[in-house]
Design a protein around this ligand. Structure first.
Ligand SMILES: *Cc1c(COP(=O)(O)O)cnc(C)c1O
Length: 345
């Protein structure tokens, strides 16, 4: 086996969903866009559906079609980008619920698929997706079918002290109070802000993976990189492109089979270690496209693979090393990895 092995512990994702669900008195949906944050939308969503999740979110209709094939009929699959030009057949055939974002999308949907369910996404201040207040109040003057739900998204929920949270909450209430359909405002960050933000259902994504802002959750991924070869080098020898690392002593260097083409960003190299069991071994030299070099001088024995993601070094840790967020680390997980699922019961 030369491909790196990404092991996804579905029982950790299930435990995180249950823990988040237990923090609210309302329904808990699951956001599985971007292939369930790199972990595989099919296996993750199937497992969650068995545990009672009835509502899933994806970004694009194409993702929704694939998810419907994995889930079969039953659970609601909502598409956050709404009803885009050319989506009608996909939305109808896969029974997807578009979250309509603009007056144009509402008109397109009612013309193309009359009688087909939809949701409404409102913009409460993030200025990214959704109907702004004035378009929404205009739309409410005309008779149109009831949406499956109305939703909005918080811009600053990962910062509980940010005044934007309360402003968006007030705007959402102003725009939806009195409506007789389910309402949803909170993703992971909003769920953690407390009951004012919960409404009828929450929509966690990153929280299912135990990453910031829900680091209290269990990490679900382990990534093991196979060792291709190990060599001894002398003090003064250099390693890798641009010879950025010089051995301070007689050293053992191991080369493993993954690199920046697999989502292990070049910039994380200098601060990141690979693990042999519980022992960290520093990356030395540049991260290459398909290869990483590691100083294993202090290991009594080099194992067949070294881990870059595990309980010691989580997606959030790699994110700090790379100057980004855990979301980007997880969604960058490479297409070349062999994916291995554990914890299926
Ligand atoms: C991505 C997304 C979510 C999930 O957000 P997390 O921060 O990953 O929990 C929920 N709602 C919308 C509209 C999103 O775009």
């Amino acid at each position: 086996m030369t491909a790196p092995v990404l092991t996804i512990d579905l029982s950790a994702i299930a435990a995180n969903w249950r823990a988040l669900d237990a923090m609210t008195g309302c329904e808990t949906a699951a956001v599985v866009k971007a292939d369930a944050y790199g972990c595989g939308a099919g296996p993750v969503a199937r497992m969650l559906a068995i545990r009672g999740v009835r509502r899933f979110f994806v970004a694009l209709a194409e993702e929704g079609v694939r998810l419907r094939m994995a889930l079969g009929p039953g659970p609601q699959i909502a598409v956050l980008s709404g009803h885009m030009e050319g989506d009608a057949d996909r939305l109808r055939d896969a029974d997807l619920t578009p979250c309509l974002n603009s007056v144009d999308q509402v008109l397109r949907h009612l013309m193309a698929l009359p009688g087909h369910g939809f949701a409404i996404q409102l913009d409460t201040g993030m200025n990214r997706l959704g109907l702004p207040a004035y378009d929404w109040s205009g739309l409410r003057q005309v008779a149109f079918p009831a949406p499956a739900f109305v939703m909005s998204h918080l811009a600053c929920a990962d910062d509980p002290a940010h005044p934007m949270n309360a402003r968006q909450l007030r705007a959402f209430r102003d725009m939806t109070d009195g409506m007789a359909v389910p309402r949803s405002l909170a993703a992971t960050g909003g769920l953690l802000l407390g009951p004012d933000y919960h409404f009828d259902f929450t929509r966690p994504g990153i929280g299912l993976h135990g990453a910031d802002p829900y680091r209290a959750g269990r990490p679900a991924v382990t990534l093991a990189l196979p060792v291709i070869q190990t060599r001894e080098i002398s003090a003064g020898d250099t390693v890798g492109y641009s010879a950025t690392w010089t051995a301070p002593r007689l050293s053992r260097i191991t080369t493993v089979a993954a690199g920046y083409a697999d989502g292990l960003h070049r910039v994380m190299g200098p601060k990141t270690a690979l693990y042999a069991g519980d022992t960290p071994c520093p990356i030395v030299g540049r991260v290459s496209m398909d290869l990483i070099t590691v100083d294993v001088t202090d290991l009594p024995e080099v194992p067949p693979a070294l881990e870059i993601l595990n309980a010691h070094q989580r997606a959030d840790d790699l994110a700090v090393n790379a100057g980004t967020i855990g979301y980007e680390i997880l969604t960058s997980l490479g297409a070349r990895y062999a994916r291995n699922y554990t914890g299926v019961t």
